[in-house]
Structure formats: structure tokens, C-alpha cells
Design a binder for this molecule. Structure first.
Ligand code: FAQ
Length: 337
């Protein structure tokens, strides 16, 4: 139930000599760094890849409200409540910008939502893990939003104009989200021994699921090669995962927490001598199980979304009826003039 469809077939890059003249001209525009706009010609596969990725991203923002929204009423202070409320509202806004960007590709928001509910589109694997206590809210902001920014900063340069522009504002807000999470972690890690244990436990549980957010290893990534040729993606999954690890380990040390993976060690020889942290791979079998609908919270998350959609039907009906009445009235007035 509620499986998230997994495509297994990989897509190679179409060689230039097999492209039509129109496809070659399109690729030349991409190679020259031009932005592609909604009314421009684009290959069907480019359009489909964008709908898949932007739609999945939009769904992630909306489903991603659930694990945190659950804690708004249980925030420890009024200030923390106000901050969390603002963050969760931001996520709704991000979903709306992204659904709008997706609509410019010729698919409606209702169609995207119907595909999500039918298990034909995905949302990020991370939101299928539970938030068990307040320390988890800190770890989500710090690690999950931290991973999201690492991915999204490069998406500001993506080749599709509406997606790139949506990302600029989203990144600014994500950086506030990451800081609020780190601020909670600082408080917990410097608190009582019990609070510090909670912070450590949250880090331990959310570390590997956060690494999974960047997608499967490059060697198993079906879409990376073509998406990079089209500059939809600017970096590979493994490049971004490594950057995230390198950015986050010093923060773990700063918090005075133990590294959640014994293999997290500085390796000066990595990245052609620039250095980087070695780390253990997440359990990729677990990742694919979560994508197939078998994570700890898949069923609950989808039920919450489907229920919200069904219970909101009267609002949509009311708004549509009101819009139809206004349109009819304005048509009557125009006819009378
Ligand atoms: N979860 O060939 P690739 C946020 C799927 S941030 C689920 O490598 P691609 C902010 C992939 O779709 C989170 N599915 O795929 C927030 C494909 O399946 P398909 C959202 C995943 O697209 C914070 C298959 O595996 N951010 O929400 C995942 O080239 C806190 C093969 O993978 C974005 O969506 C995954 N983690 O690279 C909100 C960023 N990884 O379609 C609230 C934009 C892979 O063939 C609270 N997206 N898959 O059936 C991207 O950058 C890319 O789509 C990747 C995957 C990097 C996620």
C-alpha cells in the first residue's frame, strides 16, 4: 500500500549524432548556459525529467511539514513554537512555488497530487522516518534542511528558468531553517546529561537517513548522467553527499557530540589531495525498501495527505463555485455593455 513507484531502467545520454537538428540546437543552448523558459521548445524527456524532479521536490516540501507540524503544539517555549510555526509555513510556501514551476511544464497541481496519492510519484525518503522527541526537531532542521540546502544551492543554477528562480528564495529560507535546527541542538547538547543524550540519539538515528536524501550512489543513479548533460542537476549525488559530510562533521565536533559513524575520519588524500571525510555508506537496501513504501511512516504520511485532500474537498468546491459565479457575472456585464 502506498508504494512509491521505483523505475529501474537507467537512461543513457543520447549521443549528439543521434539527436535531431532541433535536439542539437537545444543542447547547444544548454551548453552555452542559457536558461530554458516555459514556451521554449524542449525534448519530451527533458520536460518529463523536470516534472518528475520538481514534482517530487514539491511533494517533499508538503509531506515534509508532517513530522515537524506534529511538534508545534509541544514546543518547549513560546519562542520555539513561533519559530517552528514559521518554518513549517515556509515549507508550504516552497511546495506552492514548486507546484507552480511544475505547472509551467503543462501539468496541473491536481494531476501532480493525484499521482502522489496513487503512488506514481515520490517524495523524499527522509520524511518516512518519525520525529520521536524535541531533539529530533533540532536534528531535522540541522541535518535534513542542511542536506536540502546542499542540494538546492546548486539547483539555483539549474537550466530550467522557473525552477532556478524558485530555488533562490527557497534557499534563503532553508538557511534560516538550518540555523534554527542547529540552535536547538546547541541548547540540547549543552543542557543536562539527559538532554545531551537525546541530542546524540537524534543525531545517531537521523544521520544515515539524511545521507540517503542525496539519492543512490552515482553508479546506481538512473538519471544523473542525462540530468547533468541537460544541466538539470549540476552535481552528482555522491559529490553533494561528500560536501554535506565535510560540512557537518566539524559541526558535530563543535556540539561536543560523538560522530554517529566510526568510519567518519579525515582523509587528506581524498578529492585529489584536497581532503575529505571518509564515511560509511547508508544501508541502501533500507533506502530502496523505504522508496517501495516500507519505511516506518510511509502509510501514516500518505494517509495524512489523502485525508487532508479529501477533507478539503468542500473548500475547493466552494472556491470553484464562487469563481464560476464571478466569471458568469462578469460575462453578463460585458454582454450588457
Ligand atoms: N527519496 O537517478 P536518481 C526538502 C529516486 S528537501 C525518494 O539518482 P535523480 C526540504 C529518484 O526519484 C528534499 N526518492 O534520481 C524540507 C529515482 O526514482 P524514479 C527534497 C529518491 O532525480 C526540509 C530513483 O530514486 N529535495 O524537502 C531519493 O537524478 C525539511 C533513482 O535516483 C529534492 O527533491 C530520495 N532521497 O536524483 C522540507 C531536491 N533519491 O523517479 C520540509 C530535488 C533518489 O526513477 C522539512 N531533487 N530517489 O522512479 C533532486 O535533486 C534529485 O531528484 C535527487 C535524486 C538528488 C533527490
Amino acid at each position: 500500500m502506498y508504494a512509491q513507484m521505483v523505475k529501474t531502467a537507467g537512461h543513457g545520454i543520447k549521443p549528439r549524432d543521434r539527436m535531431t537538428p532541433q535536439e542539437r540546437a537545444f543542447q547547444d543552448r544548454i551548453d552555452a548556459g542559457e536558461k530554458i523558459e516555459p514556451k521554449d521548445w524542449m525534448p519530451d524527456e527533458y520536460r518529463a525529467t523536470l516534472i518528475r524532479q520538481i514534482g517530487q521536490h514539491a511533494h517533499s516540501e508538503i509531506v515534509g511539514q508532517l513530522p515537524e507540524g506534529n511538534w508545534i503544539t509541544r514546543a518547549p517555549t513560546l519562542e520555539r513554537k513561533a519559530i517552528l510555526l514559521a518554518k513549517v509555513q515556509d515549507e508550504a510556501g516552497h511546495g506552492l512555488y514548486l507546484y507552480s514551476a511544475c505547472e509551467t511544464l503543462g501539468v496541473s497541481r491536481d494531476e501532480l497530487i493525484a499521482m502522489l496519492h496513487a503512488g506514481k510519484m515520490k517524495y523524499s525518503s527522509i520524511f518516512n522516518y518519525p520525529t520521536l522527541n524535541w531533539a529530533d526537531i533540532g536534528a531535522v532542521g540541522w541535518l535534513v534542511d542542511g542536506a536540502a540546502i546542499m542540494n538546492q544551492v546548486q539547483l539555483q543554477k539549474t537550466s530550467y528558468g522557473p525552477y532556478a528562480r524558485a530555488m533562490v528564495r527557497i534557499c534563503k529560507e532553508e538557511s534560516f531553517h538550518q540555523r534554527q535546527g542547529f540552535s536547538i541542538m546547541m541548547k540540547m547538547a549543552a543542557g543536562t546529561p539527559a538532554q545531551k543524550r537525546m541530542a546524540q540519539d537524534a543525531l545517531n538515528r537521523l544521520w544515515f537517513p539524511s545521507l540517503m536524501m542525496f539519492g543512490p550512489p552515482d553508479k546506481d543513479s538512473a538519471h544523473t548522467a542525462q540530468s547533468m548533460a541537460w544541466k538539470i542537476k549540476i552535481n552528482t549525488n555522491d559529490e553533494l553527499r561528500q560536501r554535506f559530510v565535510d560540512q557537518t562533521v566539524p559541526q558535530i565536533d563543535y556540539l561536543g557530540l560523538e560522530r554517529p559513524d566510526p568510519d567518519l575520519k579525515w582523509n587528506p588524500d581524498k578529492a585529489d589531495g584536497k581532503g575529505g571525510f571518509d564515511y560509511s555508506d547508508p544501508d541502501w537496501a533500507e533506502f530502496f525498501a523505504v522508496l517501495k513504501g516500507n519505511g516506518p511512516c510511509n502509510t501514516d504520511r500518505m494517509k495524512a495527505r489523502v485525508d487532508a485532500w479529501e477533507q478539503g474537498a468542500w473548500v475547493r468546491d466552494g472556491l470553484s463555485a464562487h469563481a464560476a459565479k464571478r466569471a458568469a457575472r462578469s460575462a453578463q456585464q460585458t454582454a450588457a455593455q
